[in-house]
Design a protein around this ligand. Structure first.
Ligand code: HAM
Length: 419
């Protein structure tokens, strides 16, 4: 029969890979919970309209990359391409604002975008993110950027750099938009067909286009910073002062716009010098999106957040993502009632927090030792009838082949000592 394979761009996580996932996920939970973030879990399927309204109709994600369909009941649904719109939908739906003045949520979840698969770019990928809802102050911007960067450096990531920019509030952004339209209008014949369309739908996106001619034309485009309002400028300067104070590595990237329409004021990306990501792309992206809560039916609420791609982080971490293994203890019984004794010992070791494996099939000691070796066991516990009568077992160190008799009462402590 023909073998079936997973969908293109969607991957199983198998074998030793899972250890790296656990490491980055566990470290992430621990890290952000220290800052007061709590987990939120939302459905994988959402109404299509959530992303059209939230991310913006004229974005690549919504125009080209979303998995959307009409279900059998005639509802238009989409597999979520990102977590922010879903989190804010949940925030509004559950009237969280009525319960607390500020909300800190994090998530670790699969996302779906029908992009061209490549190294570090998948159609199902996983994001870990954080959203801080209800705080307008630039201290929130600085803290959340610093939280993301310190998480990555705790994991051992080298060469972290933050690209930082501000799009300004609605007024500054409107001025920027107008300036871009008048700049690109005279040069539209040199823009790609997508960007010619973007000129009327979403001119900021032109700055994000990867087509060589568009990059060339955009080089002379006006920068948004000269058009910022005093408030927007003060916000950005205060944020920068805090990052400077903490030594958080960043550089201002005035032409960065990001690919989602909900952003206002601060936007940022984390990039890492790494060959593992190939043609690269950011590992993390985020920013302020002060209008989204209102656009999704809530009261105007300032908000900031980020998300990073777990696959990309793991690619860059490479070997550093693999946590050191704790000992695996293989337990085997010999003589009458051996199997039963082996399971008794393994239960007791697991109860003491140790990793223990038992042979389900019986066999000679020689074959059991071979099996232990295959499992990668560092110690083998041999539960023989004679030793059992004295309340003892034999303990074999697989690296040296040495054996010693150990009392059952002291076994867990003896093994823990040699971890
Ligand atoms: P984003 O920049 O679209 O932002 O995605 C964030 C991160 O997700 C990227 O930096 C990348 O690491 C990862 N990512 C995106 N697409 C793919 C893909 N096809 N394959 C692998 N990894 C991918 C957002 O999604 C915003 N919701 C972030 C945010 C949260 N802004 C405010 N709050």
């Amino acid at each position: 029969m023909k073998m079936l394979r997973s969908v293109k761009g969607m991957h199983d996580i198998v074998d030793d890979e899972i250890a790296g996932w656990h490491k980055v996920e566990d470290a992430y939970r621990q890290h952000v919970e220290r800052y007061g973030y709590r987990e939120v879990r939302t459905p994988v399927l959402e109404p299509l309209e959530l992303f059209v309204r939230g991310i913006g109709e004229a974005t690549d994600i919504v125009e080209k990359e979303m998995y959307s369909f009409e279900d059998k009941g005639g509802d238009f649904l989409a597999l979520r391409p990102e977590g922010t719109a879903s989190a804010i939908r949940a925030y509004v739906q559950h009237s969280i604002a009525a319960k607390e003045g500020q909300t800190k949520w994090y998530y670790i979840a699969p996302m779906f975008r029908r992009e061209r698969p490549a190294k570090g770019r998948y159609r199902q990928f996983h994001q870990a993110g954080a959203e801080l809802i209800g705080v307008a102050e630039p201290t929130a911007d600085a803290e959340i950027i610093d939280m993301a960067v310190s998480y990555m450096s705790h994991l051992g990531l080298k060469g972290i750099g933050v690209k930082l920019n501000t799009l300004g509030g609605p007024e500054s952004r409107g001025r920027f938009r107008e300036a871009l339209v008048s700049f690109f209008q005279g040069r539209s014949d040199r823009l790609c067909t997508d960007c010619q369309r973007r000129l009327s739908t979403n001119p900021l996106r032109i700055l994000d286009c990867k087509a060589p001619t568009c990059i060339e034309v955009a080089q002379g485009a006006p920068g948004g910073h000269e058009l910022l309002s005093q408030d927007d400028r003060t916000h950005f300067d205060s944020l920068r002062r805090l990052l400077d104070r903490w030594g958080t590595p960043y550089e201002v990237a005035p032409s960065m716009v990001r690919g989602l329409d909900y952003y206002t004021r601060t936007i940022f990306e984390v990039q890492v010098d790494s060959e593992a990501l190939g043609t690269k792309g950011a590992i993390l992206g985020g920013g302020r999106y002060d209008n989204l809560v209102a656009e999704l039916g809530g009261k105007p609420t300032p908000t900031i957040g980020y998300a990073f791609g777990i696959e990309r982080l793991l690619l860059v971490l490479g070997e550093a993502a693999v946590p050191p293994q704790t000992h695996l203890i293989f337990v085997t019984g010999v003589g009458d009632g051996g199997a039963q004794r082996a399971f008794d010992v393994a239960r007791s070791l697991r109860g003491n927090g140790l990793r223990a494996e038992v042979a389900y099939v019986e066999g000679s000691l020689r074959s059991q030792l071979k099996r232990a070796d295959k499992f990668g066991a560092t110690f083998v516990v041999i539960a023989g009838a004679e030793e059992a009568a004295r309340g003892c077992v034999m303990l074999r160190d697989m690296s040296t082949g040495e054996q010693e008799e150990v009392s059952m009462d002291g076994l867990a402590a003896r093994l823990r000592e040699s971890q």
